[in-house]
Design a protein around this ligand. Structure first.
Ligand code: CUA
Length: 322
């Protein structure tokens, strides 16, 4: 789609072409059938109109091929639309394995973005071109929605849980980042920019940011200062009072009530804030809550740290390394 065509946003991600194709085809199919049906209604209205006051309608039996045809053909078209739509849906919601992990936290009325290297930005997000990027979304207050029209991605940031989106920008440039969920007085001003840069320019930009610590390193510090380390790590002469966190990320965990869950971002966040909600089998409910003591940003840093200790079935994420 040409960027000069004002009805359409720029197309600048690996998936935007596919989403557009789907959208245009759906429109074509809808318009075709709308016109066909409206046309037939008009045609039959004239062709079979009542010509004399004495006319009486007669019952007609439609041919069987006609009945089957107008049931089966739309069914096949619908199923094809469903299959194709589902395929694109799964591609949009399954980030590639090599995606670099960013976080964006919605807050009335701004987006707080953090890079895997620890750099922070407000309402701006610098990203390298052609690199898959996964953005974990959280909210500090109400529901916001992270929306980059040029990349065809939109996802709610919901208080109390994590959601995520991913994209691979294909064209350097500056693109709108919107909040697409009414979130209060200044909602309409919750607008930012995604700046897509050539990899070397991005490196230069990162180097200029001089923030020092990666997310995982900040998380490691918090792990010390919040004294998580006293229970979650056995030392000579002291038994750990909580499960070890090495290799926990994305692993299956057996709970005290017999259920099995995956230790994903949402689970780890919940376990920090409400430790008794999903107690791991074999451990006492002795962990205090950290509700009110850690911010959403610090939670994402703690999770980045736990991720850096190793994930199930994969080596520690490159982006999460201190
Ligand atoms: Cu945040 Cu609208």
């Amino acid at each position: 789609m040409k960027s000069s065509f004002p009805l359409f946003p720029d197309s600048a991600s690996a998936l935007s072409g596919e989403v557009d194709l789907l959208f245009i085809l759906w429109c074509v199919i809808s318009i075709f059938f709308s016109l066909l049906i409206a046309g037939l209604i008009l045609y039959f209205m004239t062709r079979y109109r009542r010509r004399h006051p004495e006319d009486v309608g007669a019952n007609e039996r439609a041919a069987i091929w006609l009945e089957v045809g107008w049931s089966v053909i739309p069914l096949v078209i619908m199923l094809a639309m469903f299959a194709w739509g589902a395929r694109v849906f799964f591609r949009i919601y399954r980030p590639p394995k090599d995606a670099v992990q960013f976080t964006a936290i919605g807050k009335q009325w701004m987006w707080k973005v953090q890079h895997p290297g620890g750099q922070r930005e407000i309402d701006t997000m610098h990203v390298p071109v052609n690199q898959p990027i996964r953005v974990t979304l959280a909210s500090e207050d109400v529901i916001h929605s992270f929306y980059i029209p040029a990349f065809r991605v939109k996802q709610d940031a919901v208080p109390g849980r994590y959601t995520s989106i991913w994209f691979r920008a294909t064209k350097p440039g500056t693109y709108h980042l919107f909040c697409a969920e009414y979130c209060g007085t200044e909602h309409s001003r919750m607008i930012g920019w995604v700046i897509v840069m050539e990899p070397q320019d991005y490196e230069t930009w990162l180097a200029g940011g001089a923030t020092g610590k990666s997310m995982a390193a900040s998380g490691a510090e918090l792990f010390q200062s919040l004294a998580c380390v006293t229970c979650h790590r056995a030392t000579p002469g002291r038994v750990a009072r909580g499960p070890a966190l090495e290799g926990l990320y994305n692993r299956q965990v057996k709970l005290a009530d017999g259920r099995t869950i995956i230790a994903d971002d949402t689970y780890i966040r919940e376990s920090i804030l409400t430790p008794t909600a999903k107690l791991v089998a074999g451990w006492e409910p002795v962990m205090p809550t950290f509700q009110g003591q850690v911010s959403e940003e610090q939670l994402t840093e703690l999770i980045a740290y736990i991720h850096s200790l190793g994930a199930a079935g994969s080596p520690p994420a490159g982006g999460g390394q201190p």
